[in-house]
Design a protein around this ligand. Structure first.
Ligand code: DC
Length: 226
C-alpha cells in the first residue's frame, strides 16, 4: 500500500549497474525523494577514519555513531551529504573512503543504526531508496522492488569512461579488477536477509541507455499507482 507521500521504491543491484543515476532520475521524474544509502555508509566511514576509530573497535564506533548526524539534502537543494552540518559530498567519494567503507558497512552496529534511520526516512513514502539491502532488509514491504544487473565488462567500461571524463588516470584493467573485488566483498557481506523477495523485478541494463532504464522503472512505478 503506498504511503501518504507516494510509493516506496527500492532499488538494489550490483556495483556499477547505474543504481545511483537511475534512482536519482526516477526520483526527479516522480517528484520523490532520493535516498542514497551508500552515501550514508560512506559518511560513517569518513567520520570514523577522521576520528581514528577502527571498524573493530565496537565501543568507540557505537559512541561515534551516537554523535553522528547524517543529512541528505533534497535534489532541488543540490543533493548534498551533510555530516554534523558540514558538506562532505566530495570527501565521501575519495578513493581511500571507497576502499575502507566496506569494513565499516560490515559492522552490525553500523548497519542497525543506519537501517533504522533509513526506515524512518521512508516511513511517509514518496521515496526512491537505493543500496544493497533495500528490498531485502530495509524496505521488505516496498511497493516496487528493482534489482539492477549488468555484465562485469559493461560495468567496467562505463565506470572507466566516467573516470576518464573526470580526468582520473586509471586503466580499464584496474577498474575491472576493482569492481570484481567489490563484487566479491558484496557477495560475502551478510546484509541480514536470506535470498531475494519473490516480487523483485530484475532490470538488465546491458546495452541500454540510462534514460531507457529510468523510463522502464518509472513505467513500473506508474503501474503501481505513482
Ligand atoms: O554504493 P556505494 O559505493 O556508495 O556504497 C558504499 C559502500 O556501502 C559499499 O561498500 C557498499 C556499502 N553499502 C551497504 O553496505 N549497504 C547499503 N545499503 C549501501 C551501501
Amino acid at each position: 500500500m503506498p504511503g501518504p507521500g507516494g510509493l516506496v521504491i527500492a532499488i538494489d543491484g550490483v556495483i556499477g549497474a547505474g543504481k545511483s543515476t537511475a534512482a536519482r532520475g526516477v526520483a526527479i521524474a516522480l517528484h520523490y525523494r532520493h535516498l542514497d544509502t551508500g552515501a550514508m555508509y560512506r559518511a560513517v566511514a569518513l567520520a570514523a577514519t577522521a576520528a581514528d576509530v577502527a571498524p573493530s573497535d565496537h565501543e568507540k564506533l557505537s559512541s561515534l555513531l551516537g554523535e553522528l548526524q547524517i543529512e541528505l539534502t533534497p535534489l532541488d537543494k543540490g543533493r548534498r551529504v551533510l555530516l554534523n552540518g558540514e558538506d562532505v559530498s566530495a570527501d565521501i567519494r575519495r578513493p581511500e573512503i571507497t576502499r575502507c567503507v566496506g569494513s565499516y558497512a560490515d559492522r552490525p552496529v553500523v548497519r542497525q543504526q543506519l537501517v533504522e534511520v533509513q526506515r524512518s526516512m521512508g516511513a511517509e513514502g514518496g521515496i526512491v531508496a537505493e543500496g544493497r539491502d533495500m528490498s531485502t532488509v530495509v524496505f521488505p514491504g516496498a511497493d516496487l522492488k528493482i534489482r539492477m544487473l549488468a555484465e562485469l565488462e559493461e560495468r567496467a567500461r562505463r565506470r572507466h569512461e566516467e573516470f576518464v571524463a573526470g580526468g582520473v588516470d586509471i586503466t580499464l584493467d584496474q577498474v575491472r579488477t576493482d569492481i570484481r573485488t567489490r563484487d566479491r566483498e558484496d557477495e560475502e557481506r551478510d546484509y541480514g536477509a536470506d535470498g531475494l523477495p519473490l516480487d523483485v523485478v530484475e532490470v538488465r541494463t546491458d546495452g541500454l541507455s540510462i534514460e531507457t532504464v529510468i523510463e522502464q522503472i518509472v513505467e513500473l512505478a506508474r503501474l503501481r499507482g505513482a
